[in-house]
Design a protein around this ligand. Structure first.
Ligand code: UD1
Length: 417
């Protein structure tokens, strides 16, 4: 099994180029199913999740080609409406093909999606949206089938501002007849990125990035060329690494306003942060001050940065409280951090972290994608060489991770152990 070995105790210095956003590019790839022709996504990160999504599209009849950051997708000929279950179960975001397929072909069916084991993660809000648009839904054992002669615009209230449900409904409604209004829609930057690409395709969407999104359906959409936004979670993970090691990094290709919920907290722990137009300079603190964190939908603190922030706070001077409100089972990394000597107690949706003087190297597991990044942060703060298993989780969401870390001074190796 492949493991990451990291020797801690090094300050990180240098520049990091941030890749295109995983969470943006997956819905963008799904959106190309709405069109009949060749679309291009620029700045596409080369990630295993992107490859999985491309394979899903290829099984539906599309052709995909990746070349040096340019992803070319030819969705002219679709000859299937059901991707193989083993691909769908690999990744929850595969469910994002449901809305576009339904809108384009009038039918879609698939196994229930998989993804990181961070809670129940139901899809009821996606289905509520499709039903409101006039689709009929049949659910069997681990299987969903939807069909509709013609989708019709509707007013849809999301009980929670789900990112995926907002995206799926936005895509389906783009080709529906009439007006769709999504109330309590998600605000994440990835929603705006998707709305922008759909706009280039000819969709009529207003209000993306606010509570209420209004979509006037159009009869057809054309292929588009679009550059994906920078990955705010990859950037955030590197900011935490600089803070954890008392290092100094410049991150290029970032949109600093997307990182504001995190940079505000990093300033509170004592880091010095300066933002440029598309760059961030961070100088880590000599000593980490405690902070309390509560994850919330954007523009609140991102749940996808909770594990990395917890790793950083294990050595703060005092007590921090981290509360998770987006997912109900997202503290699995706490047990791994404890193996390194962290003092973390979980009470329901909150965790109490009493800072310790230092962490000790240990053999730990990446329990999910962002927990993997948290282990890498903790290992860099620990004394000795840590072994981190679950490299495949990290490869789902961090492009060229090992190379980028080596370049800024991390003592890191991949070993078959
Ligand atoms: C997306 C991100 C993921 C991030 C999450 C929250 C992608 C590919 N993934 O996931 O990295 O952690 O947003 O920012 O963009 N829920 C329901 N019913 C539904 C849908 C969601 O109850 O139909 C619940 C979920 O169980 C969860 C919460 O809503 O508790 C948020 O989920 P959602 O925003 O949908 O996350 P994803 O789109 O899956």
């Amino acid at each position: 099994m492949k493991k990451i070995l990291i020797e801690g105790g090094n300050r990180l210095f240098g520049e990091v180029h941030i890749s295109g956003a995983k969470n943006s590019v997956l819905p963008l790839i799904a959106a190309t199913l709405l069109t009949d022709g060749v679309s291009i996504i620029d700045d596409c990160p080369y990630l295993s999740d992107v490859r999985t999504m491309c394979l899903v599209l290829e099984h539906l009849g599309a052709k995909t080609h990746f070349d040096n950051g340019e992803l070319i997708l030819d969705t002219s000929n679709l000859d299937a409406v059901e991707p193989p279950g083993e691909l769908v179960r690999k990744m929850r975001a595969s469910f994002l093909i449901m809305g576009p397929l339904l809108a384009r072909t009038g039918k879609a069916q698939m196994s229930l999606p998989g993804g990181c084991a961070i809670g129940a993660r139901p899809i009821d809000l996606h289905l509520k949206g499709f039903e409101a648009l006039g689709a009929e839904i049949n659910i069997g054992h681990g299987f969903i089938e939807t069909h509709a002669d013609k989708l019709k615009g509707a007013r849809i209230y999301l009980d929670f501002p789900s990112v995926g449900a907002t995206e799926n409904i936005m895509m389906a409604a783009s080709l529906a007849e009439g007006t769709t209004i999504i109330d309590n829609a998600a605000h994440e930057p990835e929603i705006i990125d998707l709305a922008n690409m759909l706009g280039v395709m000819g969709a009529n969407i207003k209000g993306a990035g606010t509570n209420t999104i209004r979509i006037e359906g159009v009869s057809s959409l054309k292929p588009a060329r679009h550059t994906v936004i920078p990955d705010r979670i990859e950037a955030g993970s590197f900011l935490c690494m600089a803070a954890a090691t008392g290092g100094e990094l410049i991150l290029n290709n970032v949109l600093p306003e997307h990182l504001q919920p995190l940079t505000a907290k990093l300033s509170e722990i004592g880091a010095t942060i300066e933002t440029g137009f598309d760059s961030i300079h961070i100088l880590g603190p000599e000593e980490i001050s405690p902070v309390d964190i509560k994850t919330l939908p954007y523009p609140g603190f991102p749940t996808d940065m909770q594990a990395q922030m917890m790793a950083l706070l294990t050595v703060c001077k005092g007590t921090s409280i981290v509360t998770e409100t987006v997912f109900e089972n997202r503290f699995m990394h706490a047990a791994e951090l404890r193996k390194m000597g962290a003092d973390i107690r979980i009470k329901g949706s909150s965790s109490v972290i009493n800072g310790v003087s230092h962490l000790e190297a240990a053999s730990v597991e990446s329990t999910d994608l962002r927990a993997g990044a948290a282990m890498v942060i903790a290992a860099q703060m620990a004394k000795g060489i840590s072994e981190i298993s679950g490299l495949h989780h990290i490869e789902r969401g961090y492009e060229g991770f090992v190379e980028k870390l080596e370049k800024i001074g991390t003592r890191i190796w991949i070993a078959d152990i």
